[in-house]
Write a protein that binds this ligand. Sequence first.
Ligand SMILES: [Zn+2]
Length: 300
Amino acid sequence: MADGPRRRIGIDLGGTKIEGVVLDDAGRPVVRHRVATESSRGYEHIVARVADVAAHLRRAAPTTTVIGVGTPGAVSHRDGTMKNCNTTCLNGRNGRRLREALEAAIGTAVHIENDANCFALAEASAGAAPARGLVFGVILGTGVGGGIVCNGAVRQGPQHIAGEWGHHCIDPAGPACYCGQRGCVERYLSGPAVEAHYAAVTGRARPLADVVAGFRSGEPAARLVLDEFLDRFGRALANVIDILDPDVVVLGGGVSNIDELYTLGRQAVARYVFNDELRTPIRRHQLGDSAGVIGAALLT
Ligand SMILES: [Zn+2]
C-alpha cells in the first residue's frame, strides 16, 4: 500500500484501553486499533501493549518517524518522568522515563502529551471549536481534566500543568482526593464522584445514567445530587472563565453527555462568573471518544 508522507499516527493510552489511529493527509482516520491496557499488570506490560498497537498502525504508515501519545498525566520538566497519572504505575517515582521506554519499544520518536490537551487540540482543530483564539477543553469522565489551546497550539506552561482544573480546590472542607488535597473539582464533577454522592445520600448504588433519569422524573435524591453537581460545575467553570475568558469552552468525556450541563449548568456558570452576562459558548464535543487519539496524532 502506498504510504503518503503526511500520514500521522496517534495513540491514546488510557487506564482501561489503548486506542490508536492513522490519519490521512486530510486528517481523516484510515485505520483504527484498540486493545485493553491491562494496567494492573504493570509498567513494562503497558509499554509492550502500546508498542503492539504502534506496530499494527505502522503497517499503514511505515515511513512515519514520530508517533503522538496521549496519556492521563504529563511529562515532568524536572526529570522527564511522568507525573499526575491516575494510572499511578506510570508515574516516575522510580525514575523511569516513559517516552524513552516507548521510543525503544516502538522504534520511532514519541511525543507525549496530556490527554485533556490532546482532546482540546482535536476539538480546536477539527471539532466543536475550530476557531482561532483561546479554546478551553474540559474532560468530564472517570476523572476531570482540562486543556488550553491558543491559536491552534497546546499551552503547556513551564510546569506542564496549564489547564489542570481537575485538581483545583473548590471546597477545602470537601472530600479527600488521591492527589493529597481536599475538595478538588474532580471529586464533584467526575462520573464516579456523582455516583458516590448519590450512594451516600440514598445508601443505594446506581449508575450515572439512572441518576440523570431520576433527576428528570423528579426523584428527590437525584435532584439533590444533580442540583449540587450543576452548581459545582458552574462555580468551577466560572473560575476558569474569569481568568482565561476563552473564546469557546468545549466539554468531552462521558459526563459531558448530560444535556442539562448546557442549560442549567450554563445558568450556574452565569451565576458565578464575574460579569453581567455570559457570552462564552459552552459546546458539546463533536469528535466523541476519538478526540483524544486524533489530538495525539495532531501532535506530530
Ligand atoms: Zn485532587
